[in-house]
Design a protein around this ligand. Sequence first.
Ligand SMILES: *[C@@H]1O[C@H](CO)[C@@H](O)[C@H](O)[C@H]1NC(C)=O
Ligand SMILES: *[C@@H]1O[C@H](CO)[C@@H](O)[C@H](O)[C@H]1NC(C)=O
Ligand SMILES: *[C@@H]1O[C@H](CO)[C@@H](O)[C@H](O)[C@H]1NC(C)=O
Ligand SMILES: *[C@@H]1O[C@H](CO)[C@@H](O)[C@H](O)[C@H]1NC(C)=O
Length: 441
Amino acid sequence: MNTITLSDRRYLKIWVLLYFLGSILILPTTTSVGFTTDLIHRDSPSSPFYDPSITVSRRLVAAFNRSFHRAQFFNSRLSGVTNIFPDPHLADYLMKISIGTPPQEVIGAADTGSDIIWTQCKPCSYCYDQKLPIYSPDNSSTFNSISCDSTSCMLVPMRSCTTSDNTCLYLVVYGDLSYSSGELATETLTLQSTTEGVSLAYPRLVFGCGHRNAGKFTEDQNGIIGLGGGAFSLITQMGSSINRKFSYCLVQMFSHVERSSKMYFGDDAIVTGDGVVSTPILPRYPDTFYYLNFKGMTVGGKRVEFNTTKPTSVEGNIIIDSGTSLTFFPEEFYDRLELAVRLLMKDIQPIGPDEENNLRLCYNRTEVMDLPMMVAHFSGADLELDSMNSFVQIGNDLICLAFVPVDGVVIFGNIAQINFLVGYDLIKKAVSFKRTDCMKL
Ligand SMILES: *[C@@H]1O[C@H](CO)[C@@H](O)[C@H](O)[C@H]1NC(C)=O
Ligand SMILES: *[C@@H]1O[C@H](CO)[C@@H](O)[C@H](O)[C@H]1NC(C)=O
Ligand SMILES: *[C@@H]1O[C@H](CO)[C@@H](O)[C@H](O)[C@H]1NC(C)=O
Ligand SMILES: *[C@@H]1O[C@H](CO)[C@@H](O)[C@H](O)[C@H]1NC(C)=O
C-alpha cells in the first residue's frame, strides 16, 4: 500500500497528501486521476465462482448459454421494458469494490449492460446467502438515504416512498424475475488501484441498499456494479474525475497462464500509439448501452456487407458489450458470413451445428490448418481479428465460429475483443481499439 509509483508529476501533490492521510484518497470529483483494477472472469481461478472440477468445455458451454440468455434480456430492454436489466449472474466479469467508511467489501458483476450499483444491505427483510459479510449501513459513517423529493429519486423507473420519513425506495427486476429492492442511498465507494497500490474513495455515489433480494443470485456475488451509460452507473457517477474515460484489456479465457484482465479509469484509460483505430459511440435508446456503427466483415479478402435492414437500419446498429461472450448477428447477415467462411474452408467438412453449445459452424480441429483472416469494419475503424477472436476451441477436437445468428439485438461480444485494449471516451464519444497482448499488461 505504501509504494506509490506514479510517473506523472501533476499528481504528485495529491499522492504526497495521500501519504500523510493514510492510504485512502478521498477524491473531489473535479480532480482527474488514473487508476487500474482487475476484472475477474467468473470462471477464472481468482473468481469466487471458480469450480476446478468443471472442465473447460463445460465452462464454455455455460458461458455460451449465458450469452444467449443475456442477448434475450438485451432484447426485452430494447423493446421498451425499461426496468428489466440483464441478470447480474449472466455477465462474464466481476469486480471488487468497497462501500462505506470503514470500507466493506463487495464483489459484483462488472456490467457494461446495466447502470445501477446495488448490494445486499442490512437489516435484511430477505437476503440470499452470501459468503462475504452483508453490508451494514449502521457500521458506516458515510451512509445517507435519499429523500423522495430528490432528483436522483425521480430518475428511478420503479420507485416508491416510505410514509414515515419520505425515503426513496427502488425496485429492480431482472429478466428472470430475480429482483432487488430497498433504499436508494449515497455512500463512499472505494476502488483498489492495482497499479498505484492505493485506494481511491468516491464520496456520495448513489447506490441501492437492497433489503429484499431474491432470485437466481448466488452466494459468491453480493451485488452489481453497472458500467453502462445511464445516470446511476459507476462510470457516469465518477464522471469528470475519470474524464469520462475507461478501458479494458481482456485476456484469453482458460489459457494456461493465470492472469487477470484489467480495467482502467481516467488517465490510465487513454488508448494511444501506433495502430489505434476509433469509431463513434452513437446515442440511442436506452442510454445504458454503448452503440457503434457496424459496416460489415471481411473474410479472407471477401467483404460481407452489413446491409441488413432488419432490425436496425439506423446508425448505431451494434452494442459493444464486455459481459457477453459470443457475437450476435442478424440471421440474414450471419448466413452470408457463414457461407464466406465455408467457401474458404471448402476442403474441410464442417461438423454441426453443435446442439450442446448452440454454435452453428464447427470443424474438427485436427483437420484445420489455417483459419480465415477476418476484419470487422466499424465506421472509421477496421479491426483485424485474430483467430482467437473469431473462433473458439472446445475440447481437443472442435473449433467453432464464435459468431451466432439471433433474431433481434446485435452484440459485439467479449471473445471478439480479447487482446485488444478497448477504450471508451464518453466526452469524445468514441471507442478506440489497439491490438495488445493483455497478458503482458
Ligand atoms: C442454460 O441457462 C439456463 C438459464 O440460466 C439454465 O436453466 C440451464 O441449466 C443452462 N444450461 C446449461 C447447459 O448450462
Ligand atoms: C458492525 O461491525 C462489527 C465489527 O466489525 C460487527 O461485529 C457487527 O456485526 C457489525 N454490525 C452489523 C449490523 O453488521
Ligand atoms: C446485401 O448485399 C448482398 C450482396 O453484397 C445482397 O446479396 C443482399 O441482397 C443485400 N441485402 C440487402 C438487404 O440489401
Ligand atoms: C477429429 O479427427 C480425429 C482424427 O481424424 C478423430 O480421431 C476424431 O474423432 C475427430 N473428432 C470429431 C469430433 O469428429
